[in-house]
Design a protein around this ligand. Structure first.
Ligand code: ADP
Ligand code: MG
Length: 712
């Protein structure tokens, strides 16, 4: 076995679990070992049965006295058992697991962990976790410290029990057993890749010890030391890998030196139907300056949706074309590729430049060719490709791509530009991805209306509803986001959305609330004379609706048959309703700012002034202050930066999904570890740039994936 051995080849895994594990991102033994618990149940306290305290989480160990299945009137099974140690006997009950009696029999030594139920006359253990004790695990005396795993530590009970990210069919119990079985074997195949001097300087524990402790800690403190080591590794390896990559291509790769003709650029810009923002000018300068160097450019252009990234790319592309090189412009979907082609064509065709398209269904080569994956698979450029632009690269993950476009003589490597709307805080991008230069479009084109954003005190909730009514009377529409932040929509969140929907229907119903009907109450802002209050229709959208149902609601909203869309955060994904002008968000403090920004971006897409109303139940000064920053700041990456400082990177919406940052254990707001790892990475490269004296480290780095584009 080696770290890259497929889990499917392990005993007891096979094809059945292979697919399920893949959903957890586990394909190799190493993936499994690096699948870390996200919390632990503390069942480490083993009590004598006579001492057990109701309500407490605890473990007992003893022998099954008797056990049997009872069938209830409703055809369900209850398993009842009595378990005894030297001090006493306790009742144990499991529900609907009649198969338990196949393995658990009178006389079986057993370890149980759970909560003691208080309701009956005698204390009971309800549905405890259990495991049969092998002779090596049997406690010499009750209350003793659980032994460690090599000596046959208990796995599921009587310990700090690790709880893992799970998926259907793969429980924490299953993972625990597999990891416990494979870990000792894995550790034997591995040497510590981190140089000893770093380990001692940074006061880290060995990798063996860290992996052992993160999965099967004996004490809480062990989890902390394990985390420190593993987080250090994670950040250190990323920084080292990106620094090495940068050195490598800077010293070995040559790009065409593409000099811009300022007159031509000016001409192009003056033909645009708008003036460039200062941010666009700055980004254009940075990109064209890079093009003129013989080191391949590797730059990330970051800017919110609508900040105008395409035109920046178009100018740089034009410069490249004038110098006699081809340009490729890749997008994650065919629709986007077509859209880019149209946009570029509008800008470049007056200058006699042919903009091609290259997708699965349409293939027309141009001087600059837009396209999907197909570009990297089947496209044969006429001339040397000088510049490759990749839009939202993370969404189609072609890190392996364009080796093809190095020229035949191996003389030239193209320049690279990646564009994204993912709000990656500048500090993060620069510390972690040291081979990427960064340009940021931190302002929106002039004339675009800022979305007027307000944190609204609960006392003014009715005013907010009235405000929404008034907007609707003016012909506009509104979103009301119900207060649930769920990574995947659960039934609970759907239920509360449904309840909120009922409540809102009453609030916006003129029949039940005559005071809300036009003119009938003085506290209500009067509608302009002659305008009738209309009946307001509400629709409910959530993730559990069938796609037909979703489509219908969204279509009705688009057609303004529905004026208020009550919704869970599913609206994030590209709904475009230019007529909607209000985004009201309940429990806004539960969202990351970057996510709120994304949600806010659902309005303000048309010609009308739009509004974002944020409600919160939190009185905390910090959380209100955090929300208030939404009132002033309108750039996603700046908000992400605040998130990072205040809540840690896990909260930054989209970062994880983006593939730019996909950390298992390190916390990106941990600036201390970031600084340490950066220092150590710099030091080791200074000492031994090729890591010749660190073969284990070099090998480890090659397995650090880079999910983003880099010059080849
Ligand atoms: P994104 O950054 O989301 O890719 P686009 O490049 O698609 O944004 O630009 C969005 C829209 O804004 C396009 O219609 C584009 O023509 C327009 N636009 C770009 N720059 C400016 C500007 N400086 N002033 C006004 N409109 C602009
Ligand atoms: Mg775009």
């Amino acid at each position: 076995m080696n770290p890259q051995t497929k889990v499917a080849d392990l005993p007891g895994v096979g094809a059945f679990y292979k697919l399920k594990l893949k959903r957890l991102g586990i394909e190799t033994v190493e993936d499994l070992i690096y699948h870390f618990p996200f919390r632990y149940d503390d069942f480490s306290k083993v009590e004598e049965i006579r001492n057990i305290v109701p309500g407490e989480k605890l473990s007992v160990q003893g022998v099954i006295w008797q056990i049997k299945n009872i069938r209830t009137r409703f055809g369900k099974f209850i398993t009842t058992a009595q378990v005894a140690d030297q001090s006493g006997v306790v009742d144990v009950i499991w529900f609907n697991q009649p198969y338990l009696t196949k393995t658990l029999k009178a006389g079986t030594p057993i370890s149980l962990s759970g909560k003691v139920d208080t309701s009956g006359p005698r204390p009971k253990l309800m549905s405890p976790a259990y495991e049969i004790l092998r002779s090596s695990q049997q406690p010499s005396s009750v209350g003793s410290d659980p032994t460690n795993i090599q000596q046959g530590r208990t796995l599921h009970t009587a310990a700090l029990v690790p709880i893992y990210p799970e998926t259907e069919g793969v429980s924490s119990k299953w993972l625990r057993a597999k990891i416990a079985a494979i870990l000792p074997v894995y550790l034997k195949t591995q040497k510590d890749f981190l140089p000893q001097d770093i380990i001692s300087r940074e006061k880290l524990i060995s990798i063996d010890s860290a992996l052992q402790k993160i999965h099967f800690p004996k004490k809480w403190e062990e989890i902390e030391t394990a985390r420190s080591r593993l987080a250090f590794d994670e950040l250190f390896l990323i920084q080292l890998a990106s620094t090495l990559r940068k050195r490598e291509w800077q010293s070995e790769k040559t790009a065409p030196e593409i000099k811009a003709d300022p007159e031509k650029i000016k001409q192009l810009i003056s033909n645009l139907p708008f003036t460039l923002t200062a941010a666009q000018k700055r980004a254009t300068d940075q990109i064209t300056a890079d093009l003129s160097r013989k080191t391949p450019q590797n730059r990330l252009l970051e800017g919110d949706v609508g900040s105008g990234k395409t035109v920046v790319a178009a100018i740089a592309a034009y410069v490249t074309l004038l110098a006699g090189f081809d340009v490729l412009f890749a997008a994650p979907t065919e629709i986007l590729a077509f859209q880019h082609q149209k946009t570029l064509d509008a800008i470049l065709s007056p200058l006699k430049i042919k903009v091609g398209i290259w997708t699965g269904s349409r293939k027309v080569a141009g001087d600059i060719t837009c396209g999907t994956h197909a570009l990297f698979q089947t496209f044969k450029p006429k001339r040397q490709v000088g510049f490759i632009i990749v839009d939202e690269q993370h969404r189609f993950g072609v890190a392996q791509r364009a080796k093809l476009f190095q020229d035949q003589t191996k003389k030239f490597t193209p320049h690279f530009l990646t564009m994204t709307a993912t709000p990656i805080p500048r500090t993060l991008a620069l510390t972690l991805y040291r081979d990427l230069d960064l340009s940021v479009l931190d302002e929106m084109p002039l004339g675009r209306l800022k979305i007027s954003t307000h944190v609204v005190p609960n006392a003014k909730r009715n005013d907010a509803y009235k405000f929404i009514e008034k907007q609707i009377a003016d012909g506009r529409q509104a979103f009301i986001l119900t207060p649930f932040v769920e990574p995947s929509e659960t039934m609970a969140s759907v239920k509360s959305a449904t309840e909120e929907f009922k409540k809102l229907k009453k609030i916006f119903s003129p029949a039940r609330h005559p005071e809300l009907v036009s003119g009938s109450n003085s506290s209500r802002p009067a509608l302009p004379a002659g305008r009738q209050a209309r009946t307001i229709k509400l629709g409910l959208l959530h993730g559990r609706l069938k796609s037909k149902g979703k489509e219908k609601i969204i279509n009705d909203f688009k057609k303004n048959k529905i004026q208020i869309l009550v919704t869970t955060p599913v609206v994030e994904v590209g709904i475009d309703i230019p007529n909607a002008t209000v985004m009201m968000i309940e429990s806004a403090d539960r969202f990351g700012l970057a996510q709120l920004h994304q949600l806010r971006g659902r309005v303000g897409r048309g010609e009308h002034q739009s509004y974002c109303l944020l409600f919160t139940d939190s009185r905390g000064e910090n959380s209100v202050r955090r929300l208030k920053s939404m009132e002033k700041i309108h750039a996603g990456f700046e908000l992400a930066e605040i998130d990072l400082k205040m809540r840690g990177a896990g909260e930054i919406f989209g970062l994880r999904q983006s593939g730019f940052i996909n950390l298992k254990i390190a916390d990106l707001s941990d600036t201390v570890t970031l600084a340490k790892t950066q220092r150590e990475a710099d030091a080791i490269i200074k000492k031994d740039p090729a890591l010749k004296t660190y073969p284990a480290l070099l090998e480890k780095i090659s397995s650090v994936q880079s999910d983003y584009v880099q010059p080849n």
